[in-house]
Design a protein around this ligand. Sequence first.
Ligand code: GLN
Length: 514
Amino acid sequence: MDELTRMTAVELAGQIAAGQVSAAEVTQAHLDRIAAVDPALHAFLHVDADGALAAAKTVDERRAAGERLGPLAGVPLALKDVVVSKGLPTTCGSKILEGWVPPYDATITRRMKDAGIIILGKANMDEFAMGSSTENSAYGPTRNPWDLTRVPGGSSGGSSAAVAAFQAPLAIGTDTGGSIRQPAAVTGLVGHKPTYGGVSRYGLIAFSSSLDQAGPLARTVLDAALLHEVIGGHDPADSTSIDAPVPALAEAARSGAAGDLSGLRVGVVRELGGEGYQAGVLDSFRQAVALLAELGAEVVEVSCPHFDYALPAYYLIAPSECSSNLARFDAMRYGLRLGDEDDASLEEVMSRTRAAGFGPEVKRRIILGTYALSSGYYDAYYGQAQKVRTLILRDFAAAYERVDVLVSPTSPFVAFGIGERVADPMAMYVNDLCTLPASLAGVPAISVPCGLSASDSPTPLPVGLQVMAPTLADDRCYRVAAAVEAALDARRGHPFLADAPALTGATAHTGATR
Ligand code: GLN
């Protein structure tokens, strides 16, 4: 594998800024890597080699002209296909948007371009971000670089696989109920769901508007923090965007890496763990909690009794909002349109297009959501779920009076086999047991690798530690995650992903490469 693809975003940007390597060379190395391994992985739905190389050339020219470049200038990135990008196909993993090319950039796309970040292409995802495995993509599943027979998590599984397989050092994911954190956990990456409103949703194709939030996936905490600083901050084009400065995230990551957590109060959430969780996941989690104490944190157990109801509440609120948001795919405005060939009526065109254009999980949620919102049922279902949401918010508020951050495993399970859960919606939904409370409350949460589970699969697979913080205290997540990362790297003697059975050529092999 090319050495350039092994480097972190910080290392790459440093070398580019110092003129040791050009952005064009860095981009080409990643495009070569994609050409070599993506046939086996299917992390990308669209690779924009020409656009990426042209953008890299611009960065090189700006550097040559003596311009001061941003901290991620010239660094390549995989963009989840739910984020619109001018001139590049954006499908949301759905047949209904096949062939649609957006005429504008999402705010985060524009901010990344302005920062000199190179967009390599669009990453695969569960259709409309509904799922935990990327198997709901209309374009076929993505595979986990740790074990090609397993899923890379979802719905941002193309993003996670691309970064874990060294196709890109950075990716953008979106998280409605866990879709950044769970894919990060099961592929051994860092993934952060920002405070709701902390990152603009303008140009993010909506699934559940009161929950959706874009955020970074990276191989290190510092890389994730730097990307978050680029995309975060107020945007007048998004009415739910918070008009407050982004906390100093990279600084928090750097200070956390020094490894001193004395004075920090950590709450272990009693309700997130125990029965139904895999043994290797719980083992790694316990060791991570012990590590936090070793680093000086004061660890206590905290009870958040309403977290037990997060799953049913989420699976009423998210489908309800999706049933409304997805009404715009009516065959009139974007993408697929069926029925014109035999002069079908307006309703018939809509019905045929939506029948053929949406996959089974999307249809299930539209039906569920429409039912939950219908008159006579609204109070019993949607209204009740919103009340539960308030109770979950109160659990967080009460907990944050006693502690600074809350921790849990990111997911009850390590990466599972392709085909294992996709036919059983409940088996898929429980992947998000630990991530849903922070989504419903809008608070920030990060997943950082905390070890390998040897007991839950024939080969060791990554486990994630989730760190949740109060609204707008995203910096706390980065600080704690960086402390864990630095301590574990020091113990292992090398960065986490060096343990991964890295893909070479189009096939997987095992063995550390450092
Ligand atoms: N897996 C959850 C769902 O299917 C969360 C998805 C997400 O965060 N986009 O809804």
